[in-house]
Design a protein around this ligand. Structure first.
Ligand code: NDP
Length: 448
């Protein structure tokens, strides 16, 4: 059977076996299609059933998370952990707390994580988890009770050599702290490397908070450099105003870009003078309020209800850093009409398949999430390394390593794209470079 037919057959099986999971199907389809040239040249991957094994998670854990709200009502949420692939290291990937979390979302994220983690060059497998719990509007005490209940089940599945969760949407330093506290209490051991994204006082790493956003911008700057350009003087639009978005804006600004718009799940702000990050941080990180508050501090700025409109603003560089499928076909066409030069995915799968196709067909520089946002998980792996050594590196040391990792990812992805005759297509390049290492490890470990 030729590679194209084989991939089609595997994908049909995935759809049949995982009904009603569109995000998972979307992620698998993109990866499998880009692997056709590799499978064409390396029949051994087909013979060893690598692809069939790769699309099936090693383990999926789903559990009840009961907790009491501030009024004494019993609330029940659903928890997930998908342990997708451990061929090159312990499962590693974030936890997402958001009402949209379901098995399709955690499986798509876990699947992508396999290749992303491989691309970092560090020894980490792929996993992801979370809950349909909505942290919005919950008191601090409710967040703590939920996190404690979540960990009371999850603790038996995680460990520094097994599975190491981190943050994602709705899970940042505060939640990781509560999760870690409960793990430590149940196990009666200070196993720092069981979670990453920890506070600095108890095993966290400098730069972890900034890593995904900084890493994205290091990647984008390297891409521009290859075309004799840079971020200096460029107009940038960033969606989201969470962890990834804030630090992408910070680094892009430092490199001389002007950020004119950012958003949250209610709407977006446009500031012709350039976004004031101190204000955004105060609203989102300290007060945990809506981005609409921004116009109270900067009277000339505008707030628009609804987040999709953000892509109608003319920019040189677009950095979607909020959530999956936020740039659809229509938004992609507008960005192209407005002569965007580069689109860099800070969020996971923020561009729909159709949108990606439009960018590639129009020769827009496109940085796919797997490669461009790998800085977060890479720095998590550096946090694990520091925990194992019981040492802490300086900010400059971690930042230097992060930058080096992002540049290596870029070089490896572009080299793989060239080797398989897909010059400049980093979607294909990243998938192939991530795949080969995992596939070879799986071959060497036999049928497990
Ligand atoms: P945060 O929770 O810190 O921020 C998410 C931001 O996106 C918020 O501004 C949020 O708005 C907005 N948002 C969330 N859901 C939606 C939606 N459905 N529509 C529009 N806006 C939305 O998460 P992160 O910054 O950590 O994560 C953002 C993306 O980056 C995710 O795709 C995540 O998987 C990915 N990522 C994160 C990494 C990390 O290290 N944190 C690593 C690699 C990838 P609101 O404030 O209203 O909730």
């Amino acid at each position: 059977m030729n590679a194209e037919e084989y991939v089609k057959q595997v994908f049909e099986q995935v759809v049949k076996r995982n009904p009603n999971e569109p995000e998972f199907h979307q992620a698998v389809e993109e990866v499998l299609e880009s692997l056709i040239p590799v499978l064409d040249r390396h029949n051994e991957y087909i013979k060893e059933g690598i692809i069939e094994r790769l699309v099936e998670p090693e383990r999926i854990i789903m559990f009840r998370v009961p907790w009491l709200d501030d009024n004494g009502n019993i609330r029940v949420n659903r928890g997930f952990r998908v342990e997708f692939n451990s061929a090159i290291g312990p499962y590693k990937g974030g936890l997402r707390f958001h009402p949209t979390v379901n098995s399709s979302i955690v499986k798509f994220l876990g699947f992508e994580q396999i290749f992303k983690n491989s691309l970092t060059g560090l020894p980490i497998g792929g996993g992801k988890g979370g809950s349909d719990f909505d942290p919005k509007g919950k008191s601090d005490k409710e967040i703590m009770k939920f996190c404690q209940s979540f960990m009371t089940e999850l603790y038996r599945h995680v460990g520094q050599f097994t599975d190491v969760p981190a943050g994602d949407i709705g899970v940042s330093g505060r939640e990781i702290g509560y999760l870690f506290g409960q793990y430590k209490r149940i196990k009666n051991e200070f196993a720092a490397a069981v979670l990453t994204g920890k506070g600095l006082a108890y095993g966290g790493s400098l730069v972890r908070k900034e890593a995904t956003g900084f890493g994205l911008v290091y990647f984008v700057e390297r891409m521009l450099e290859d075309k004799n350009m840079s971020l200096k003087g460029k107009t940038v639009v960033v969606s989201g105003s969470g962890n990834v978005a804030i630090y992408a804006m910070e680094k892009a600004k430092e490199l001389g870009a002007k950020i004119v718009a950012c958003s949250d799940s209610n709407g977006y702000i446009y500031d012709s003078e350039g976004i004031d990050l101190k204000v955004v941080k105060q609203i989102k990180e300290v007060e945990r309020k809506r981005i609409s508050e921004y116009v109270k501090y900067r009277s000339w700025a505008k707030y628009y209800e609804g987040c999709k409109g953000i892509w109608t603003n003319k920019c040189d560089v677009a950095l979607p850093c909020a959530t999956q499928n936020e740039i659809d076909e229509e938004a992609a066409k507008i960005l192209v009409e407005n002569e965007v030069i580069l689109v860099g995915e800070g969020a996971n799968m923020p561009c729909s398949s159709k949108a990606v196709e439009i960018f590639i067909d129009n020769n827009i520089l496109f940085a796919p999430a797997k490669a461009a946002n790998a800085g977060g998980v890479a720095t998590s792996a550096l946090e694990m390394a520091q925990n194992s050594m019981r040492l802490s590196w300086s900010f400059e040391e971690v930042d230097r390593r992060l930058k080096e990792i992002m540049i290596n990812i870029y070089e490896n992805a572009s080299e793989a794209a060239k080797k398989y005759d897909c010059e400049d297509n980093l979607v294909v390049g990243a998938n192939i470079a991530g795949f080969i290492k995992v596939a070879n490890a799986m071959m060497e470990q036999g049928v497990v």
